[in-house]
Ligand binder design. Structure first.
Ligand code: FA5
Ligand code: MG
Length: 424
């Protein structure tokens, strides 16, 4: 290389993601805005609606599918890094080198070799290679896409894979031991791949559709309207999309199909057939909870988040649109109890106890509580805190009079229960 050849990216800082550094090149196109979302892991935040859906799906699979030893059949993986190789995201799935889905304009590349995964399918090959026969995998995925009510550049998917040996697939069929997964010299047709026997594919396809139909019926109730649409993926054949009727329109919630045998052969599972699906967690949550806009999932607005803090993950949640009525705020200041008063010198006041108290008195009127000031008295060493409580009603404008009553009750109860001394 001559020194005067401009080297793209040289001289610039490498891209840093999750504590690793990736050299830039002419493919690098991740932006700081997108990188700021990596690591948020909404699907792992307790009581976030995406976490709630993930937990419900896990619970469904855990309680309905068992392995031979009576243990859950599907293992669950939700902590795999979204930084993957281009090989994982595309090549391992038989996506050809010139396939349009690889476009720089559609993906977030760290460089020519590394990217933010565009789908959870990026992990199919490695997990099958590691010996797993049945697994679920949830994670954040990244695509350069339009932004509107149902599209966002970061969203979350759950992948499911299940493999079958000859015995596992045919054991329930009368005289099933005479049947075979594979056939020689076959042709690829709209129904099946060239190496598969039609009877094997039909059983796998049946199991796939039944598994997903049961999942959707469990999530939405038996009344949900669904339909199967034929489609194409380079890593499955035949392939289908499942659509659910939502607000009068059909909404695609997942893609799936019978795994390409070439993929399974390449990772040591040549004696098995399998199905795979990939579903959009936001899409499911939007239908299930009537969430009108995908951007709300990134909201840190208590009015949104608090609606999903259910006692039991199976409890129905019906999302209420955020109120258009104005908020009213009232502050509360108090001295914290003296640490030297407590027997063991431990903190006797905990912030969460205070939040809990405010929530239990203010109920749905309380939108948010934030610490706005804190100081230590220079002479006495006593510590004081001031919190702001924001009140808002979903259906009407609140008056200071009614809010004042609730607020005074919070003041009294804080003194009575938390040992603080009001500065009211
Ligand atoms: C895939 O990503 C395939 N990997 C799915 C698959 C897995 C097929 C295994 C076969 C076997 P697709 O791009 O259609 O396919 O996305 C799958 C689901 O993710 C969609 O059905 C939808 O629910 C969701 N999804 C796709 N794009 C977006 C987006 N921009 N915003 C929110 N959800 C999206
Ligand atoms: Mg699709």
């Amino acid at each position: 290389l001559s020194t005067d050849t401009p080297q793209p990216g040289i001289g610039q800082q490498p891209v840093e993601v999750l504590g690793h550094r990736y050299p830039r090149d002419d493919f690098t196109n991740v932006t700081p805005k997108i990188l700021a979302k990596v690591g948020r892991n909404l699907h792992n935040q307790p009581y976030h609606p995406l976490w709630l859906i993930k937990e419900r799906i896990k619970a469904h699979f855990y309680s309905n599918y068992y392995g031979p030893g009576g243990n859950p059949l599907f293992s669950v993986h939700d902590n795999l890094s979204p930084v993957v190789t281009v090989e994982q995201n595309f090549d391992s799935l038989l996506i050809p080198p010139d396939h349009s889905s690889r476009k720089r304009g559609d993906n977030y590349y760290l460089n020519r070799k590394t990217m933010l995964r565009a789908h959870t399918s990026a992990h199919q090959a490695e997990l099958v290679r590691s010996g797993l026969d049945a697994f679920l995998l949830a994670g954040d995925v990244y695509r350069r896409d339009e932004i509107d009510a149902s599209h966002y550049p970061v969203f979350h998917q759950m992948e499911g894979v299940r493999l079958f040996s000859n015995h596992q697939l045919f054991s329930k069929v009368h005289n099933g031991e005479d049947l075979s997964l594979f056939e020689r010299g076959g042709r690829r047709t709209p129904q099946k791949q060239e190496t598969h026997s039609l009877e094997a594919v039909k059983l796998v396809e049946f199991d796939l559709k039944q598994t997903l139909t049961r999942l959707v019926a469990y999530l939405f109730g038996a009344d949900v309207e669904v339909r199967w649409v034929d489609c194409y993926f380079p890593f499955t054949h035949p392939s289908f999309e499942l659509e659910v009727r939502f607000q009068g329109n059909w909404m695609e919630v997942l893609g799936c199909g019978v795994m390409e045998q070439e993929l399974l052969n390449s990772v040591g599972a040549q004696n098995k057939l399998g199905w795979a699906f990939g579903l959009g967690l936001e899409r499911l949550a939007m239908v299930l909870y009537s969430i009108p806009d995908i951007r709300l999932f990134w909201s840190e607005d208590e009015r949104f988040l608090k609606q999903f803090r259910v006692q039991d993950i199976h409890q129905p949640v019906s999302f209420q649109a955020l109120s258009k009525y104005p908020p009213l705020h009232n502050d509360i200041s108090f001295w914290l109890p003296d640490t030297k008063d407590s027997q063991d010198g431990s903190e006797s006041f905990t912030e969460n106890d205070f939040y809990e108290l405010v929530r239990s008195i203010g109920g749905d009127l309380v939108e948010k509580v934030t610490l706005i000031d804190e100081f230590t008295h220079p002479k006495t060493g006593r510590r004081s805190r001031c919190y702001r409580v924001v009140y808002r009603h979903m259906e009407r404008t609140l008056t200071q009079e009614e809010v004042g009553l609730v607020h005074q009750q919070i003041e009294r109860m804080a003194e009575a229960e938390l040992g603080v001394q009001g500065r009211y």
